[in-house]
Design a protein around this ligand. Structure first.
Ligand SMILES: C[S@@+](CC[C@H](N)C(=O)[O-])C[C@H]1O[C@@H](n2cnc3c(N)ncnc32)[C@H](O)[C@@H]1O
Ligand code: SF4
Length: 419
């Protein structure tokens, strides 16, 4: 049954090939793929939910209950041990990888479909769509979300394709809102249906909005997205501000020879609006004709902006922020840079992704996927599902390769604009 769950890249087939079989039970699977260093930790906490872990930590951390230590741990200084406890115990073991990264942020693709055809993202004819029966149903999405939230995920971003064209998107948000422990529900959208849907989205419980916009010139916008609709997006942005979303984030992919000369206009957009314009380094995807020369790096963008606003100041960032944020003194909004290409943020990566057909991806730049949909449909229990998830997280690499291999576009989940 679990063999169905793996959709592996060439490199992973190689790894699997070294083991005798992929027809493993979930327990065998976890044994095969859980490195020794974490196996012990997993056995202590393998059944514990985030809540239980918290409880155990609380009861252990009183002066009377210092956790038992191995001789190896005794060699670790008290301070470091304190940090180990703090770093590992309170968070789900299933969602903590071998490098101590806690994955508390889940990006879920609701659909592969889109009403635009951005040149850097999709071919003109669209992408080959997965048959409907193979996509995650509403209840499967909610089951998976519930499990992740129970384990400590506190932020879910709905993305796609275009998430707002999924007919049940409002129901999904309404149900997500009921999950105890989920602090933030975010959506990344191209803004085409936004103005019309905003009141209902807010009522359903949406907290955060990222709206994509790559040009402030209508004709250029239409050239890049291969459709009309510039004014609809602008109306969506204005309405989001009017309705009190703060900040409203605007995602702008900068491409040399296309919109790099609009960078200053985008910064000016933040002068009187509570916007965060996020400049995204152009990333390679299958078929987007990416080449290194088209990518404008963060440093180059920053230098360009500083020529106009030398006092541009950097703002403090949270550890897991993907954007480096700056502000022109006196401006209401701010700007951010998503530096996936020139300065990856693997060390503090806290995100996991689920594709519209239910594949779990632990890294955007990795092609290996595990089908949670197949596991769910096989009737697996929550515990079995968690073990599969934990094993996948356990295999997450320290960082993605530096070679800019094109990404498999079908995941529908480009990685920027994450917060
Ligand atoms: C794939 S879209 C999905 C959500 C929605 N359809 C939208 O456009 O906002 C998510 C984000 O990825 C960005 N993106 C897509 N392809 C990209 C690429 N090749 N390089 C950098 N960012 C990209 C888009 O600009 C968008 O902000
Ligand atoms: S970036 Fe978003 S809007 Fe543009 S084609 Fe991709 S999914 Fe559609």
């Amino acid at each position: 049954m679990y063999a169905m769950a793996f959709n592996v890249s060439k490199s992973c087939r190689y790894v699997l090939g070294r083991h005798s079989s992929v027809m493993a039970t979930s327990t065998q699977f976890v044994k095969l793929y859980t490195p020794r260093s974490t196996a012990k930790m997993r056995s202590c906490y393998s059944c514990a939910t985030q809540e239980k872990n918290k409880f155990e930590l609380e009861s252990h951390s009183s002066a009377a209950h210092v956790p038992a230590v191995t001789s190896q741990e005794m060699a670790v200084s008290g301070d470091r041990r304190g940090r180990l406890v703090e770093n590992f115990l309170p968070f789900s073991n299933f969602l903590t990888d071998n490098y101590g990264r806690r994955h508390s942020y889940l990006r879920m693709s609701l659909t592969e479909k889109c009403n635009l055809r951005c040149q850097y993202c999709m071919p003109e004819e669209g992408v080959k769509l997965t048959p409907r029966a193979q996509l995650m149903s509403t209840s499967e999405i909610l089951t998976v979300a519930r499990l992740f939230v129970q384990e400590g995920v506190d932020k879910i971003r709905l993305t796609g394709g275009e998430p707002l064209i999924r007919p049940d998107v409002l129901d999904i948000i309404t149900e997500l809102r009921k999950l105890k422990g989920l602090k933030t529900i975010a959506v990344t959208t191209n803004g085409m249906n936004l103005e019309r849907m905003l009141p209902k989205l807010k009522e359903a419980g949406l907290d955060l909005l990222n709206i994509s916009l790559d040009s402030l010139v209508p004709a250029k916008f239409e050239f890049i997205v291969r459709r009309k609709g510039f004014h609809k997006v602008m109306e969506g942005i204005d309405k989001a501000i009017e309705m009190g979303f703060n900040p409203v984030k605007v995602n702008c992919v900068i491409m040399r020879g296309f919109n790099e000369e609009e960078i200053l206009d985008f910064v000016t957009l933040t002068e009187n609006r509570p916007l965060e314009v996020r400049f995204i380094e152009y990333m390679p995807f299958d078929g987007n004709k990416w080449n290194f020369k088209k990518m404008v790096s963060y440093q180059e963008m920053l230098d360009y902006i500083r020529q106009q606003w030398p006092r541009l100041e950097q703002l403090p960032n949270a550890k897991t922020d993907t954007a480096k944020t700056y502000k022109v003194p006196g401006f209401q909004g701010q700007v951010g840079f998503i530096t996936s290409m020139s300065d990856h943020f693997c060390g503090s990566c806290n995100r996991l992704r689920i594709t519209a057909n239910g594949n779990l991806k632990v890294c955007l730049f990795e092609n290996m996927e595990v089908s949670l949909r197949d596991v769910l449909r096989s009737g697996a229990s929550d515990q079995e599902l968690l073990e599969i998830i934990g094993a996948a997280v356990g295999r997450k690499k320290k960082q993605h390769a530096d070679g800019y291999e094109p990404l498999d576009h079908t995941s529908g989940l480009p990685g920027p604009n994450d917060s």
